[in-house]
Design a protein around this ligand. Sequence first.
Ligand SMILES: [Zn+2]
Length: 242
Amino acid sequence: MARTPIRETTIELGGKRLPVRLYRNKRARRIILRIDGRNGDGDSNGDGVSVTLPRGTPPEEGLKLINEKAQWVLERLGGLPPRVAFADGASVPLGGVEHTIRHVPHKRGVVRRQGAEILVAGRPEHLARRIRDWFRKEARSKIGRLVGDKAAALNRTAGRITIRDTRSRWGSCSAGGNLSFCWRLVMAPETVLDYVVAHEVAHLAEPHHGPKFWRLVETLTSDMEASREWLKLNGEALHRYG
Ligand SMILES: [Zn+2]
């Protein structure tokens, strides 16, 4: 799942330097270009392109293809949702409701929610990390509770719950019943988080995405179709925070 690039470089496109990550996939039948708007991986080098190369295709051909598709790449990059850094005054969603981040250097405590504000104490250079840690903690406690309730409803027991910053999937369930979730889900409306938990918990009973599986998910959450649609439309934007 977490792939490692075979090469990381930059390319000049439309007067900008774009980061490019090249990957190898033996099963790929052609070169695949993707817009890579990832965030929160430590370097703020920003939006770029990922290139998946089939077996035997040299990286240079991937870079050539980016140039050939320059207009498409630049249009897609321009259409990405805005990036919102975790900073004083920034507006970020929590449970689908916008909250304003306030830096309160002299207040005690680290991070707490007060009405529609998220108050962060401490030094300004630690603010972003503190918010991120706090969101993770919120995700862990909310998801932990939901997993417990839903697994009990199915008469199953979940294994370990891991909270990650996954980009390709919102959640996963291993063969051994361990569950993993992306902390960014805590920003989504609660019904959406509820659906993703229901989805993974349902895998404890039914590994495959057949009709039986979807019927089971529907018994565990109230708004399955709307939540799936929400993720399709808005999921990408959740990766633009922090
Ligand atoms: Zn699934």
